[in-house]
Ligand binder design. Sequence first.
Ligand code: SAH
Length: 271
Amino acid sequence: MSSLPRKRFAQHWLQSEKALDKIIAAAALSKSDRILEIGPGTGILTRRIIPEVKYVVGVEIDRDLCKKLLKNLGNQENFLLLQGDILTLDLDGLLAANPSFQNQNKVVANIPYNITGPILEKLLGTIAQPANAYELIVLLVQKEVGDRLTAKKGTKAYGGLSVRIQYLASCEHICDVPAKAFYPPPKVDSVVVRLQPQTAEPPAKNPRRLEILVKQGFANKRKMLRNNLKGITSGDRLTQILEQLKINPQSRAEDLSVSEWVALSNHLASD
Ligand code: SAH
């Protein structure tokens, strides 16, 4: 192994050619693509992407790995490595000095699982403040999270995260990746997901309200929606709106599709 993996940076080196092939195919790379890769690690994915695209910007937190990456890939003209924390690094500021590496259109990454939530928020923004920064995002994430991102209403995995992310992007499950595809194997299985950021149709009239509504609605998954939303509107008013929307008034949060959440929020917004 070229580098001893560090636990604190959630380092698990992907070893499966099959999984790498799937990630590359899902990203539908072309020579005009400008890629952001989070956590290139030993560069196993990076070296596959570089020849297919216009450029790759890699953001890697681990200084020792950065040295190795530069040694191995530093001679590639269309690769720029930035050392730092993807969550706090001022990407635009740093790229101001590197105009030929600005305006990434896709993200391709095997991300550190301990910061999946913050990375998703960084890439997609929030309901109230969508980021609208990328055309396509292909990520290797832990299966439990990936399943939530792609869950359909009424299923066990469908929750507040599903609604929030699916409001911001269409989400597709590409493939499962077993723990043994990595060194060292993580405790959990993984999946490749593809997210295509888009403006929800119809959009929420009051996105902040939708955000609060979803949070409250899923606060207690076993309770009926009208009980979870007591602090927001009366049970009678909610029953009335749900009937208007042809949604069973006995519904729980997980029974509503993303567009039904938006419709509910928009009805409440006009109260
Ligand atoms: N892409 C590589 C490594 C994935 S492991 C592969 O497929 O084999 C996750 C990588 O993210 C590690 O290289 C780790 O050092 C890096 N990392 C962890 N936290 C990070 C952060 N906050 N910002 C940028 N990179 C980070």
